[in-house]
Ligand binder design. Structure first.
Ligand code: MRU
Length: 346
């Protein structure tokens, strides 16, 4: 199985370095963040993005907060840091999962005189390393599904690669693994309006590794599917409810409808940290809406009239009924539904 050299999150003793995804692929720049507030800003402004990567960054953000806590009242300082990080983005549950693991460390050390920086760092490193390991498992399990149906080309949406995770990727990890085994002929990459994660990030990752990729506007998907070449639509997730409904990048729902119409199979690939079994269905998942400027402008140029009302939700919910398989590190859930997910995740 291949790995990738793209490693977008680096811990450096007293700072966190993030590969700035706002400027890729034009520029390859690192941003250094030094406290929880700067980490939260980096998450909100998409310096770091993608559900697992957001959780990893937030975990290290808590280590930074611990390093800068006053000895007198570190629990109050760190509780404020958790709140600040939790407010950075609402949809990806990996953020809240990582923060709850950090909070558990704080609980265990509550009566100590100093903030438990070393213990927090151990857990942050563990979250980071585990995500990389889990991605390799996802790649193996997902590529086995492709192998059963035979060689095909695949379509993906948004960026779910090394940039969106601790390394390697979820959906893009499956694609990497499948490519390495000769199972796919090419990858159709949707540009992913409006932030262009597909055009800027996924196309860049695939290009770096020489995996044949074709970039198209999101609205070309039906045409491509109708041409009959695409075997699988492979996407990631930001939150998966107990019934198997999936929140993912805006446009995923439309793609799943189109896929069902054209007989293309839909695979959702996500680690267990992306599941939120407290939510009965996707209807309860909070959907982030972002700045109108993402639609009204292309770079510095205004492309929509002044004063136009804007609706810019950046995620949507794909009903479980449109999904053929959810791949997580514990196994594959076929035709996901309530009991099947709980059984697999224990
Ligand atoms: O807004 P983004 O770029 O953070 O959205 C990312 C996605 O929707 C991904 O598909 C999802 O987080 C899975 S990443 C492994």
């Amino acid at each position: 199985m291949t790995t990738t050299s793209i490693d977008p999150i680096r811990w450096c003793d007293d700072a966190l370095e993030l590969l700035d995804q706002r400027v890729l692929p034009e520029r390859y720049e690192w941003l250094r963040v030094r406290d929880a507030d700067e980490t939260a800003q980096a998450i909100t402004s998409m310096v770091v993005r993608g559900a697992p990567a957001i959780g990893i960054a937030a975990a290290y953000g808590m280590v930074l907060a611990a390093q800068r806590s006053p000895e007198s009242d570190w629990p109050t300082h760190l509780e404020a840091a958790i709140q600040r990080l939790a407010d950075s983005r609402p949809t990806a549950v990996n953020l809240f999962w990582a923060l709850s693991r950090m909070r558990a460390v704080l609980e265990r050390h509550r009566h100590e005189p100093q903030a438990p920086g070393a213990a927090l760092l151990r857990v942050a490193r563990d979250i980071h390393a585990q995500d990389k390991t889990d991605n390799l498992t996802l790649g193996r399990l997902g590529s086995e599904l492709i192998a059963r149906d035979g060689q095909c080309s695949v379509m993906t949406h948004c960026n779910t690669g090394a940039l969106a995770t601790g390394g390697y990727g979820t959906a893009l990890g499956v694609i990497r693994a499948a490519w390495a085994q000769g199972l796919i002929t090419r990858v159709h990459v949707n540009e992913t309006r409006p932030w262009l994660q597909g055009a800027r990030l996924t196309a860049w990752e695939l290009h770096q590794e020489g995996i044949p990729a074709v970039l198209a506007v999101d609205s070309a998907a039906s045409l491509l599917m109708a041409q009959g070449e695409i075997g699988w639509l492979i996407v990631g997730a930001d939150r998966i409810a107990a019934n198997g409904d999936v929140a993912n990048k805006i446009g995923t729902y439309a793609l799943a409808v189109q896929a069902r119409h054209h007989g293309v199979k839909v695979m959702v690939v996500a680690p267990s940290s992306t599941f939120d079994l407290a939510l009965e269905s996707g209807a309860a998942i909070p959907i982030e809406t972002r700045d109108a400027r993402e639609l009204t402008h292309q770079g510095e140029r205004r492309v929509a009239p002044e004063g136009i009302e804007i609706f810019n939700p950046v995620f949507d919910i794909t009903p479980a009924t449109l999904i053929d398989a959810i791949v997580c590190e514990h196994g594959v859930i076929k035709t996901p539904e309530h009991g099947s997910i709980e059984r697999l995740l224990g």
